[in-house]
Design a protein around this ligand. Structure first.
Ligand SMILES: [Cu+2]
Length: 205
């Protein structure tokens, strides 16, 4: 049937159509093969475009930690984390203040805190000891990540990040966090402190 139409078209002198249809006439290249081929090409092109655009973002993007960059510019990345561990929030958004004390007995007082999903809490952390302590908020993965960073800092002093504050003896600092749905822990990753039990649990319900 295709042969008949192709022949007829060719007869009218429309050589462009005739040649196109002529190649279709070959038993080894049915029309769906061509459609499939073109679709595959388009998909490959799309993938290349996506990869290139991602690669472009990778450089600067890599330097932005999960919770946002340091300082108070936490708003944009906060939303990405909502639903899981939550994220840093502005102190003015805090609806509740929880006081936490870091002690040289390698413990926090209190060692258990409860929060509601979606709640924004400002932690006011005081180092009542003579050693440097920190307060790192996060799930198990975030605690491990921070512990790994601390392992590369022989002096044990890390830059404050959105989920971490480092406190010298007697110092009090604040950290505001908007909770997602996941329960978290707070911990001190000064050398040996976490291993000695310097951590607490935040149950989110
Ligand atoms: Cu400590």
């Amino acid at each position: 049937m295709a042969d008949g139409r192709a022949g007829g078209t060719g007869g009218t002198g429309n050589t462009g159509d005739a040649s196109t249809l002529g190649s279709d006439r070959g038993p080894k290249t049915p029309i769906w093969v061509k459609v499939f081929g073109i679709t595959a090409l388009v998909l490959v092109l799309l993938m290349v475009i996506i990869m290139v655009s991602r690669g472009g973002n990778h450089g600067p993007g890599q330097h932005v930690p999960a919770g946002g960059t340091g300082g108070d510019t936490s708003a944009p990345s906060t939303h990405e984390n909502i639903g899981g561990v939550g994220g840093p929030a502005d102190a003015s958004e805090g609806s509740r203040t929880v006081e936490v004390t870091a002690l040289d007995t390698m413990s926090f007082q209190p060692s258990r805190i409860t929060a509601s999903a979606g709640e924004t809490v400002t932690f006011v952390v005081t180092n009542a000891g003579r050693a440097v302590h920190e307060f790192t908020l996060g799930d198990a993965a975030m605690q491990q990540e921070h512990a790994a960073q601390m392992a590369h800092m022989p002096d044990g002093v890390a830059h404050d990040r959105p989920n971490t504050i480092t406190l010298r003896p007697g110092e009090t600092k604040q950290l505001t966090w908007r909770f997602g749905t996941g329960s978290l822990e707070y911990a001190c990753h000064e050398p040996g402190h976490y291993e000695a039990g310097m951590r607490g649990e935040i149950t989110v319900s």
